[in-house]
Ligand binder design. Sequence first.
Ligand SMILES: [Zn+2]
Length: 95
Amino acid sequence: MPIVLERCGVDNVIGEFRCTGHGNSGHGCNSLLRILKSDLYVTVSYDRDGTFERYITFACPVCYAENDVDNFPDHLRWSLPTRVEHVKRQITAQK
Ligand SMILES: [Zn+2]
């Protein structure tokens, strides 16, 4: 019988990323971070012509720089909160 090493759920590990400020400031602290799905949120950048692009982003807990995650699976993308929702959840979780 197969053994589940990591179950696909709310808190599954997405991977390990270095904080580089990728897609944002470009200035990170180079910390190596293990990112869970619950660490991610959606950011949107609007172009002048009215088009917009969605990015999957996490904030570094060390230097607070935002980093974009490339090649994030599309089917998981829609379940992620916006930045505002994400911050609200963190505040609620701390209470
Ligand atoms: Zn950092």
